[in-house]
Design a protein around this ligand. Structure first.
Ligand code: GDP
Ligand code: MG
Length: 163
């Protein structure tokens, strides 16, 4: 099996945008498999000659997300447990909110290594959010713009030790 990255984060931080950028149209092959639900999309990506699997999760998009219950949470938990590395994404423009802290606590309790990325950081926007994200306890975040394709090489460098 390919090394696997699970993208984790609260709603609207840009997880699916990054997933689509990395995986592109190869998603279709995976979607044909039974048991692939909208809360756990998988696809294969290639960066700098390395093939890896990417999992897009939505387990924190439950209406009771603050307490992380329910089926989707179970799906996300499984995705993180099965992954070689969790890519924890926050929104550099919005800054850190309580749900980010909740997810950080949850990720600290798992054995899967975590790489932190602060998205929506195109140009100089989101600089303060990138600094704020350091308080989550996963070191310096990778500044990223999934939409504009900035920081993808830095992200790859951060993920590489786990792939
Ligand atoms: P998800 O809920 O975490 O999967 O987030 P989505 O990928 O659906 O993105 C949520 C919103 O953020 C959409 O309107 C995206 O266009 C926007 N978005 C995603 N990445 C970026 C980015 O790098 N910069 C900016 N400015 N917006 C982004
Ligand atoms: Mg999404």
């Amino acid at each position: 099996p390919l090394p696997t990255v699970a993208i984790i984060g609260r709603p609207n931080v840009g997880k699916s945008t990054l997933f689509n950028r990395l995986v592109g149209k190869r998603l279709a092959l995976v979607d044909d498999q039974p048991g692939v639900t909208r809360d756990r999309r998988e696809g294969d990506a290639t960066l700098l000659g390395l093939d890896f699997r990417v999992v897009d999760t939505a387990g924190f998009e439950d209406e009771d997300a603050a307490t992380l219950p329910g089926r989707m949470r179970v799906q996300t938990e499984a995705a993180v447990q099965d992954a070689d590395v969790a890519l924890f994404m926050v929104d550099a423009r919005a800054g850190i909110v309580p749900l980010d802290e909740e997810i950080a606590r949850w990720l600290r309790a798992t054995d899967t290594p975590v790489v932190l990325a602060a998205n929506k950081a195109e140009g100089r926007s989101g600089e303060s959010g990138v600094l704020e994200a350091m308080a989550l306890g996963f070191g310096e975040p990778v500044a990223l713009s999934a939409e504009h394709g900035e920081g993808v090489a830095d992200l790859f460098t951060a993920l590489l030790p786990y792939l």
